[in-house]
Design a protein around this ligand. Structure first.
Ligand SMILES: [Zn+2]
Length: 174
């Protein structure tokens, strides 16, 4: 049995099916082949042989509800890849701190929840101290990556039961 990666029309990975299911989807016109199997294998389908797919894509976008990731200190560190968002230094479990972009006191005073995905980032103790209890724009500190935006992480996982085909890698984050 060969596993086939199914992508949404938007190229987001959705799940993995076996090749029989993939062929059925293909013959039903529901999907198109994005990547054929690297070994060039073909499979008998009705009256012809067709290349065995490795990655297929739905022709029509399906809306998959995103399950909300539960906020936790550890989850923020993982989202920010154990890197200080201000200076870019690598953090360890011991050195990592969680910085509140809008300080906790500010949040309290304004009735805003402080421990949210968009208000918490991974930071080193030095940057945390430099920023102090100030708002980001008052502290003069900037995000290391100018494009960085604290976001709720995506929580869609594709569970794989075998080795990942090399041609899958550009579609999934490992
Ligand atoms: Zn730092």
């Amino acid at each position: 049995m060969v596993q086939v990666l199914v992508l949404n029309a938007s190229y987001e990975p959705l799940h993995v099916v076996d090749h029989r299911r993939a062929i059925a989807l293909l013959l039903g016109g529901k999907v198109e082949v994005v990547e054929p199997a690297r070994d060039g294998r073909t499979i008998a389908a009705v009256s012809r042989r067709i290349p065995l797919p490795s990655v297929i894509r739905l022709r029509r976008y399906v809306n998959v509800p995103q399950r909300g990731a539960v906020w936790s200190r550890q989850a923020v560190l993982v989202r920010d890849r154990m890197t200080c968002v201000y200076c870019g230094c690598k953090l360890t479990q011991k050195t990592a701190t969680i910085d509140h972009v809008q300080p906790q006191a500010y949040c309290r005073a304004h009735g805003i929840p402080a421990n949210t995905w968009s208000n918490t980032v991974a930071a080193c103790a030095q940057c945390q101290a430099r920023k102090g209890d100030r708002l980001l724009h008052d502290s003069g500190i900037k995000f290391h990556d100018p494009a960085y935006e604290p976001r709720r992480p995506r929580t869609r996982y594709v569970v794989l039961s075998s080795d990942i085909a090399p041609e899958w890698r550009q579609y999934i984050e490992i």
